[in-house]
Design a protein around this ligand. Sequence first.
Ligand SMILES: Cc1cc2nc3c(=O)[nH]c(=O)nc-3n(C[C@H](O)[C@H](O)[C@H](O)COP(=O)(O)OP(=O)(O)OC[C@H]3O[C@@H](n4cnc5c(N)ncnc54)[C@H](O)[C@@H]3O)c2cc1C
Length: 473
Amino acid sequence: MSAAAQPSSPAPLPPDAPQRHAIVIGGSMAGLLAARVLADHYDRVTVIERDRFPTEPVFRPGVPQGRHVHVLLLRGQAILEQLFPGLQDELAALGAPLLDWTADCRLMNFAGWMPRFASGLTTHTASRLLLEWVVRQRLEAYSQIRWLEAHEAVGLVAGADASRVAGVRLRRRDAAEPPDARAAEELRADLVVDASGRDSHAPEWLETLGYPRPRQTEVNAFVGYASRWYQRPADFQADWKLLLLAATPPTFRGGVLYSTEGERWLVTLSGANRDYPPTDEEGFLAFAQSLPSPLLSEAIRGATPLSPIYGYRRTENRLIHFEELTRWPDGFVVLGDAVSCFNPIYGQGMTTAALAALTLDRQLRAQRARHPDGALSGLGRRFQRALARANALPWLMATGEDFRVPAVIGARPGPLSRLFHSYFDGIIWACPHSAVTFVTFLQVAHLARSPLALFHPRIALAVTRAAIKRRKR
Ligand SMILES: Cc1cc2nc3c(=O)[nH]c(=O)nc-3n(C[C@H](O)[C@H](O)[C@H](O)COP(=O)(O)OP(=O)(O)OC[C@H]3O[C@@H](n4cnc5c(N)ncnc54)[C@H](O)[C@@H]3O)c2cc1C
C-alpha cells in the first residue's frame, strides 16, 4: 500500500469517553464508507458481512450488481478522495482509465450527440469490483475496524426498554449445519448502522421492537440490464473511451461501452418498459444493433468476449421513509440502498452512499458537541431526516426520466417536480448548442453542483433559443 493509503488520524475522542463500539451490517459500498467515518468516532467498529470478502477484485454473490457498469459520479469521487486521500492515483496505478466527461465521452441522447471539448470534468473508470476492493484494502489499515465475514445479521438486540438498540443478533453462514439450526449470537454495540442494501430487514426489525412500519415510495420503469466483459482489441482506434447511447423515446433502449482496468470493456445494454435486453449471444448483438448509433455494435463485433452475458432486473426506484417515524430507537441508523434505491441508469447509488457517510459524520460531530459523554439520544431521528434531505435531488432526477416510460408504476410527481422535469428536458435540448449548458448539466447530473445553477440567465437563454429552434423545425 502506498504512503497515501495510510489512514488520516481519527479526530480525538474526549479523554474520558468510555470504550465505544459501532456495528455496520453489510460490507458493500455504503457499509464500507460508513465504517470509514465511524473509525473517526468509535474505538471499535465491527463490519458484519454475510459473504467472505475475495482477496482480489472479483465478483462476490452479496453484490450481484457488481458485474454491471458502475459509474462513480464526480461528487462521489470527490467524497471518496476526501475519505481516502490518494485513492484516484491508486486507481490509475491499477489501470483505471482517466476519462474527461466531455472530451473522451461520445454521448447521444434524445437531443442528438453532445458536444466534444476538454472540460476537466474527469473521473477514473474503475470497475465496481476494483473500486470496492481498493476501498476495502484501505480500511484494512484501520486497527479499530474488525471484519466479521460469513456472518448474517438476523435481528436487533433491544435495550432495556426498547427505546434503544443495544446490538445485533447474528448467525454464522458457512457452518456445516443448515442456517435455521445455527444458534444466533448477540453482539452488543452503542450504535448499529444498517447498510445491508435493497433486501434490508430494517422495517421488520423496527416493527419487532414495537415501532411503526415506515411508508415506502416506489417508481418502477421496468428497466433491465444485460452486461458482458470484452478484451479491448489491440488495434482498436477511436477518439473516445466511453460510448453512451441513452434511451431515445419512442424506444427505451440504451447502451454503454465503458473502458475499464486491464484494457477491458464492460458493455451494458439496457431497456425500460419491460423491453429487457436478452442474455443470449444472438439476442444481445441484435439488441446492440438496434440502438440509434451503430458505433457500439461495430466496436464489440471485433472484440473478444471475456465473460458470459449477465442479466439484472431489480432496478426500481424505492424510498423507505424512515425519516417520517415519530418514534425512533436511539443507537440505530439505516443508510445506503437500505433507504434509497435508484434506477441505476443514472449512476447515483454509490454517490448517495458516500453522501450518507458524510451526513453520518456531521451528525456524529454535532451529537458529540451536544453530548460530550457519548449519549446518542435523538441522533438516529436527526440522521434519517438529514439523509432524506440529501436523497431528495437524486430521487427527483432518477424518477423524472422514468415517467416518460408508458409501463411506469408508482407515485406520480407533484407540479413542482413536473416543472423541474420539463425544464430539465429543455436543458438537454440546449446541450448540443451550448458548451456552458452541457458542462452545468453534467455537474448537476453528477451531484457536484446545485440544480439552481441550471437557472443562470445564460443557461435560461440557451434553453429558450433551443426551444425556438425546435419550434421552427
Ligand atoms: C444493475 C445496477 C447497476 C448500478 N450502477 C450503478 C452506477 O453506475 N453507479 C452507482 O453509483 N451505483 C450504481 N448502482 C447502485 C450501487 O450498486 C449501490 O447503490 C451501492 O452498491 C450501495 O449499495 P449498498 O452498499 O447500500 O448495498 P449493496 O451494494 O446491496 O450491499 C449490501 C451488502 O450487505 C450484505 N448483507 C445483506 N444483508 C446482510 C445481512 N443480513 N447481514 C450481513 N450482511 C448482509 C450483502 O452481502 C452486501 O455486501 C447500481 C445498482 C444496480 C442494481
